[in-house]
Design a protein around this ligand. Structure first.
Ligand code: FAD
Ligand code: EPU
Length: 342
């Protein structure tokens, strides 16, 4: 067991925020988690030990030094656990990189995750917010997961229903927040692909690519092209993808907004409500391309807040507050943060 003290997390979060963790360690087995939790408990015998699980650090904003133990998940391994005529069930360890897992599926002709290509981060974090992109959400390919309870110190099994997935939501972000370490996820993948090209930008990209025949690889390539054309690369500009969720409103609220703002962008939801494009709302408030010090709002995608270099977590957070206030004043709509604030 190797625990490092006053460890810099700058390279372990895609915002590139320069903060330290009092203690930092990696783990690649459940046994190691146990040892590390015992260590942390001994450091703070009179207080509740603080622990954070870190995957790829691509959906997290550190606003202060972390006065506890940061545990980085490095459990590896991918294996097929069962299959039938239609489906293959693949168990993937939480510390595997998400996009590498998508490529594994594409290379083996296992369909279902191709629309989720190039999302940064690890497999273990994918159920946390039920990752989604280009017309598909994780819950559509999710079968089950295993997670280690931090205080009971035992593995729990979760089925699809147990996870209570919603738009960028799950039990792990709500009632079980900070209680579990997800150790592996089982995916139910299609042997016979059902191509999902419903998202407008995919259709346009496929036309541009002059695609003659659809395949999961072609869809993955189209998604990669779209993503690289508008989302900033965290290795060049610090960011955590969409900082806010797209807000949901009723049709009657949309009608009122539409009468004042005819350009408003929204999508119908199956429940009869409408999801508004938060990027449009933020752009209308004049923030697209805005910069204060090193904290900014991306010039191509207003929903993405960026760190141009030396911004600290508070500066990014304060900018997010300004945006929430401004959107609320102009549209009466309250934006909710997607990124996990520490
Ligand atoms: P981290 O940032 O390390 O952690 C996120 C949260 O999950 C934290 O609260 C952490 O404590 C917790 N956590 C992590 N691993 C575990 C575990 N094993 N057990 C328990 N808790 C855990 N997201 C989308 O949904 N769709 C997108 O299209 C998308 N695009 C993005 C584009 C860019 C450029 C970036 C930077 C981010 C994007 N994201 C997107 C957000 C992000 O990639 C996802 O949320 C991803 O799943 C985060 O994975 P991670 O391993 O980096 O998680
Ligand atoms: N728009 C603007 N100005 C902007 C940005 C967007 O007007 O600066 C409008 C445009 O009309 C555009 C529409 O908003 O057509 C939608 O934009 P985009 O297709 O880029 O998608 P998004 O709604 O901004 C969501 C997810 C992304 C996901 C994409 C593709 C959320 C919070 N974000 O973004 O997820 O990759 O759709 O499915 O739901 C993430 O969660 O981190 C993330 C990047």
């Amino acid at each position: 067991m190797q625990v490092q003290e006053n460890f810099s997390l700058k390279k372990l979060n895609t915002f590139g925020i320069d903060v330290t963790a009092k203690y930092f360690a990696t783990f690649n087995t459940v046994e190691k988690i146990n040892e590390l939790l015992d260590f942390n408990k001994h450091q703070t015998p009179n207080a509740k030990p603080q622990t954070i699980i870190l995957g790829g650090g691509s959906n997290i904003l550190f606003t202060k030094k972390f006065d506890g133990l940061v545990l980085k998940n490095e459990i590896k391994g991918i294996k097929i656990i069962k299959e039938d005529e239609h489906y293959v069930y693949v168990q993937c360890a939480a510390g595997e990189n998400w996009h590498q897992f998508v490529l594994y599926c594409i290379n083996n002709n296992f369909a279902g995750v191709e629309n989720l290509s190039l999302i940064p981060g690890n497999v273990g974090a994918s159920p946390m917010q039920n990752i989604g992109a280009y017309g598909v959400e994780l819950k559509e390919v999710f079968y089950a997961l295993e997670a280690f309870h931090l205080t009971e110190k035992r593995i729990h099994h979760f089925t699809l229903n147990d996870c209570e997935f919603g738009y960028r939501e799950s039990v792990f972000k709500k009632k079980y927040k900070n209680q579990f370490i997800i150790t592996n996820v089982i995916f139910k993948l299609n042997k016979i692909p059902h191509f999902n090209t419903s998202y407008g930008a995919i259709e346009q990209e496929l036309e541009k690519m002059d695609v003659k025949e659809l395949s999961i690889k072609v869809i993955s390539d189209a998604v990669i092209n779209i993503r690289t054309s508008k989302l900033p690369d965290p290795s060049k500009i610090g960011n955590a993808g969409s900082f806010f969720k797209n807000p949901e409103v009723t049709h009657s609220i949309l009608d009122i907004l539409y009468s004042k703002f005819p350009g408003i962008v929204g999508y119908n939801l199956p429940n009869g409500n409408v999801k508004l494009a938060a990027g449009w709302l933020i752009e209308q408030c004049g923030f697209k391309g805005y910069r204060k010090g090193d904290a900014g709002c991306h010039e191509k995608q207003a929903l993405v807040l960026v760190n141009y270099g030396k911004a600290n977590g508070d500066e990014i957070f304060n900018l997010s507050e300004m945006i929430i206030t401004s959107v609320k004043e102009k549209f009466g709509v309250v934006l909710e943060r997607e990124v996990n604030i520490i």
